[in-house]
Design a protein around this ligand. Structure first.
Ligand SMILES: [Zn+2]
Length: 388
């Protein structure tokens, strides 16, 4: 059976959704994802399909739409895409007009990741419209809050459905992404003793202490990471990303704080990585001329993902994609996605979708409509084969 998806139809779906603002409430100008959830729910109702609405936070519901399969009670194939976007500050185009020019659709979320969601909806619509049943049920989870705390995907795991595998929509340029990094972000603080800056010897300068901390991070700690590269995602990384210290130009600073960003690779346990950083800093504190240093608990923690390229879902997505765009080899990427949470729950997951990550979060975000059509056809092709 050949799946043909109409470009006009995909363009319409994507245009509708880009016109519904869903900037994550964690960002400036944010709004809850309710409008998007209403749209997805109505879409399933119109097709005569069931949709479950789960209020993750007030006005921030996930919607799980259900396409029945031939084997009604088999574990389902999950299609997951987040509904939230990043902020619109500094954009050079109208973020919500969804203008189409030269085969590209412009707007916030056009690429990341409403294009993936539109492709998934179009695939579902093809099955429902043609009266075709996939071998196993397919659930489409449109989720909230991927860009900040992953609350949406975590709630999907709470919903109590059994999933055999997942396709997580993100702009991968139609490549099958099987591995990505995790992340640990935390604050490190040095504590000194304040004094009048005319008598610095009476104080302990927290900024000087922080210089030792930063030097240690940029030196020994970073060097050690370089030797541990993963074949698909490369080595772990560590960066100091923010610094703040001191209260006045004439006071020896009592406190200095930095924030660090540590990217983990498959095989590393993100919680353990944080404990190791704490232990490393504790050593610095006991050295000669030691630093009084506190490592605060992570404010962001996510896991790396490493799905086997031999798993059914990866093979099917890769071969369906190869039919459309030529050779597709399983890839690794440095950024995080909802997929790692599903994979950690034992669901083999592949990240796949139209558009380039280079276009995500940009000032003139766009996606090529042809890619969205191809993505819909690849997803539908996978749905036809999965669990057969
Ligand atoms: Zn995304």
């Amino acid at each position: 059976m050949k799946v043909m998806i109409d470009e006009q139809r995909v363009a319409r779906l994507l245009q509708d959704m880009v016109r519904i603002p869903s900037v994550n409430p964690g960002f400036e100008g944010g709004v809850p994802e309710r409008g998007m959830a209403d749209y997805v729910e109505a879409f399933f109702m119109r097709l005569g399909l069931k949709a479950e609405r789960r209020e993750v936070r007030p006005d921030r519901p996930n919607v799980i739409g259900i396409l029945p399969g031939v084997i009604g009670d088999a574990p389902a194939l999950l299609l997951e895409a987040h509904m939230d976007t990043v902020q619109t500050a500094n954009m050079t185009i109208d973020p919500f007009s969804a203008e189409i020019r030269g085969g590209k659709l412009y707007g916030r979320g056009a690429c990341d990741t409403k294009a993936s969601l539109a492709a998934m909806l179009a695939a579902i619509e093809w099955f429902a419209g043609n009266g075709v049943k996939p071998p196993v049920p397919v659930h489409l989870a449109a989720t909230v809050d991927e860009e900040v705390n992953y609350l949406g995907v975590l709630d999907v795991l709470e919903a109590g459905h059994a999933y055999a595998a997942a396709i997580v929509g993100e702009p991968t340029g139609l490549q099958a992404v099987v591995a990505h990094k995790g992340v640990v972000r935390c604050e490190i603080e040095t504590v000194g003793v304040s004094a009048h800056s005319s008598k610095p010897e009476e104080g302990v300068n927290a900024i000087n202490g922080m210089m030792k901390v930063v030097a240690h991070i940029e030196g020994a700690m970073q060097t050690r990471l370089r030797s541990a590269a993963h074949p698909l995602v490369g080595p772990p990384t560590l960066a100091v990303t923010q610094i703040q210290g001191g209260v006045a130009p004439n006071t020896i600073p009592e406190r200095c704080r930095i924030r660090i960003d540590r990217r983990t690779i498959p095989g590393e346990d993100s919680e353990q990585v944080w404990r190791d950083i704490r232990a490393e800093m504790a050593k610095l504190a006991t050295e000669d001329g030691g630093v009084n240093v506190i490592v605060h608990p992570p404010f962001v923690l996510d896991y790396a993902m490493d799905t086997s390229p031999d798993s059914e879902i990866v093979r099917l997505v890769a071969s369906a994609a190869a039919e459309k765009i030529g050779e597709v080899r399983p890839l690794g990427v440095p950024y995080g996605t909802d997929a790692s949470k599903l994979a950690r729950a034992g669901i083999p997951s592949v990240v796949f979708g139209p558009g380039s990550i280079e276009q995500a979060h940009t000032k003139d975000e766009w996606v090529e409509l042809k890619q969205v059509v191809l993505a819909a056809e690849i997803i539908a092709g996978t749905m036809l084969e999965f669990g057969k």
